[in-house]
Design a protein around this ligand. Structure first.
Ligand code: DGL
Length: 267
């Protein structure tokens, strides 16, 4: 039993999709969410820079907030840094790439799977490697979607412009005839309506959120880190950007759990 909180982070609001699944599956756990909003987007940055950001945020969660486990709720940071973080910190770290791949591979019937993500994630080859490691006869089509994250961060998930952009960026996965599209960026479930409209009803959209939450639950149980008390857990939110904006948009995206947002300033 371990009463320390679970830590999680993303470049901004995207990880809230994973937070939703974690809160729903593990309501008794305390949670600290860190949105590195002053440095989003991570997607276009060199992987070494994202790796350093991920190390700094993880250190903040472990050293200052005393978390017992860290969820890297960002595909770009998982692709760039998960192995390094697992090597560098004493707490267990869970990424979002392998859970997403597991969910996509069990959803496909025609064995044609699409993955969309940031430029950094797609260029890293992390999805290609993760799918390959399952040794299944799957045809994988990957497409980077630069610009999607910015729409979510600006609170414009439903605009006409994002639809126009989606028509263009999703063209390769549409033409590949995929029956399953893995949303390989934690921001993208907030654009699911637009992405679903463009892909058509016969394509299943898969996010890594639920599967990641199950992985966290299994890990807590296996390692004896489950919280002792049966009462509802607390949720804390920290942002390195504008905390008022994070509270406003965060509440719209996640729900009433976002009450106060604490500020973090990088020195
Ligand atoms: N949510 C992050 C991801 O899953 C977005 C990265 C970004 O800030 O560009 O990749």
């Amino acid at each position: 039993m371990d009463d320390r909180p679970i830590g999680m982070f993303d470049s901004g609001f995207g990880g809230l999709t994973v937070a939703r699944a974690l809160i729903d599956l593990l309501p008794g756990e305390d949670l600290v969410y860190f949105g590195d909003s002053s440095r989003y987007p991570y997607g276009p940055r060199p992987l070494e820079e994202v790796r350093e950001f991920a190390r700094q945020v993880t250190a903040e969660l472990v050293d200052r907030h005393g978390v017992k486990l860290v969820v890297v709720a960002c595909n770009t940071a998982s692709a760039a840094a998960l192995e390094l973080l697992q090597f560098s910190f004493d707490v267990p770290l869970v990424g979002v790439i392998n859970p997403g791949v597991r969910a996509a591979l069990s959803a496909t019937s025609n064995h044609r799977v699409g993955v969309i993500g940031t430029v950094g994630t797609i260029a890293s080859g992390a999805y290609q490697r993760a799918v390959h490691s399952h040794r299944k006869p799957v045809q994988l089509t990957c497409a980077a979607c630069p610009g999607f994250v910015e729409f979510v961060e600006r609170g414009e998930a439903d605009s006409d412009q994002v639809h126009v952009l989606a028509e263009r960026l999703l063209d390769p996965v549409r033409r590949a005839g995929v029956d399953t599209l893995l949303l390989g960026c934690t921001h993208y479930p907030f654009l699911a309506r637009t992405i679903g409209d463009v892909m058509g009803r016969e394509v299943v959209l898969v996010s890594s959120a639920e599967e990641t939450a199950f992985e966290v639950r299994n890990l807590l149980e296996e390692t004896g880190l489950v919280r002792r008390s049966a009462s509802k857990g607390t949720r804390r939110f920290v942002s390195s950007g504008d905390v008022g904006w994070f509270a406003d948009v965060g509440r719209r995206l996640l729900g009433a759990e976002v009450v106060d947002v604490e500020a973090h300033r990088w020195g």
